[in-house]
Write a protein that binds this ligand. Sequence first.
Ligand SMILES: Nc1ncnc2c1ncn2[C@@H]1O[C@H](COP(=O)(O)OP(=O)(O)OP(=O)(O)O)[C@@H](O)[C@H]1O
Ligand SMILES: [Mg+2]
Length: 237
Amino acid sequence: MLKVRNLTKYFGGLGAVRDLSFKVEKGQIFGLIGPNGAGKTTVFNLINGFYPPSSGEILFKGEPITGLKPNVICKKGIARTFQVVKPLSRMTLLENVMASAFCRVNGVSEAKEEALKTLEFCALIHRKDYLAKSLTIGDRKRMEIARALATRPEIILLDETAAGLNPTELDQAIALIKKIRERGVTVLIVEHIMKVIMSISDRILAINYGQTIAEGTPQEVANNKAVIEAYLGEAYA
Ligand SMILES: Nc1ncnc2c1ncn2[C@@H]1O[C@H](COP(=O)(O)OP(=O)(O)OP(=O)(O)O)[C@@H](O)[C@H]1O
Ligand SMILES: [Mg+2]
């Protein structure tokens, strides 16, 4: 579904992503972990075309997408959420999701229908007429997922969508991510909450300073010495 080859991104002299390679299979939940500043969000920004890479290649279903514009990449079937949620705050939740739906449909009524279905799927329909700015952080995070799903992606990139959630909301978030995969959407997820990432990922890639330090099953990565030293800490191990 997605192949990243020797991906590198420099911001001036800072190598945020360095020679990173990995692949995500269709139907997988693929976790990306690493300490603050490891380069996780930058990887997303490169995949979805926010930044062009300094070098390296990104292939989506075998086709190179490196350097394409975000709207073109979205149309091809790659959607992402943002770590820092930036809704259209004076529009309602429904309107926010409708704005995304226009990626696939043309008419207002079709966009509304698509948005309503998506909100139903995300268990947010009861909030549809709330202004985005009045939503709780939990609902905002869920709105972010709904906005991405309304573009009907084949793969969704989730950037810390569980951060700031209470325990009940965390369980709901885990259930929603599983439901997204059941719907046939491949998931690439960045998350610091171990309960989430370890319980839902099929494979995990751990990075530090923009480079791979380990890759494997959640069990393998959790027991990896380099991952424990750089990220998890002895207490976790
Ligand atoms: N637009 C930018 N300009 C300059 N430096 C940047 C830019 N974006 C990211 N960086 C730097 O690149 C490095 C990787 O940042 P990134 O946001 O990808 O980390 P992250 O793994 O997502 O961290 P966190 O877990 O805190 O979200 C950091 O040192 C960051 O300061
Ligand atoms: Mg980040």
